[in-house]
Design a protein around this ligand. Structure first.
Ligand code: ZN
Ligand code: ZN
Length: 167
């Protein structure tokens, strides 16, 4: 959403609230398209002693897969976002200043990157997810698959071979 800042740019204490939904269904993240429902952005831009500060909250539902067992995972993500809007950025090292061009600001350009930064690279379906068996691919959350015993056996066999060699 484009926000026209003219009304508050010259008056100390004035604020412009905003609340809107944005469609990020085509936004790629980590090889997936996790935003299947609209992402909600709300907050305000306030003129405080001539400085325009944006404060917003971005609410998104992330639909992805568990990094261990690949089960579908839906997570509600709430990201706070705070930024100073300035037409005249002297220190471009600061990442809390957004360079304004003209009298308006495209809120998506601030809110969406802030939200994407906060998404963890991996999600688990539950903290103690046991994942998939590397040998047979069974979901170990549903019970043991019978491979683990054999794996230990094969390791013992290697050890046995080494011992045989020494002796
Ligand atoms: Zn899992
Ligand atoms: Zn297995």
């Amino acid at each position: 959403m484009k926000l026209d800042l003219k009304r508050i740019a010259v008056t100390d204490g004035e604020a412009l609230p905003f609340s809107y939904d944005t469609d990020l269904s085509k936004e790629e993240w980590n090889g997936e398209y996790p935003f299947r429902t609209p992402v909600h952005v709300e907050g305000e831009v306030r003129n405080h002693l001539g400085v325009l500060r944006l404060n917003a909250t971005v609410r998104a539902q992330v639909e992805t897969r568990c990094a261990r067992c690949l089960a579908p995972v839906k997570v509600d993500l709430e990201t706070p976002c705070s930024m100073i809007l300035s037409a005249d950025v002297q220190n471009d090292e600061r990442d809390d200043i957004y360079q304004l061009e003209g009298d308006s600001v495209e809120l998506d350009d601030i809110a969406v990157p802030a939200m994407l930064l906060e998404i963890p690279m991996t999600y688990l379906c539950r903290p103690d997810c046991k994942g998939l068996c590397p040998t047979c691919g069974s979901n170990l959350n549903e019970g043991p698959c019978g491979c683990s015993g054999r794996q230990i056996d094969s390791r013992l066999a290697v050890l046995q071979k080494l011992l045989d060699h020494d002796g």
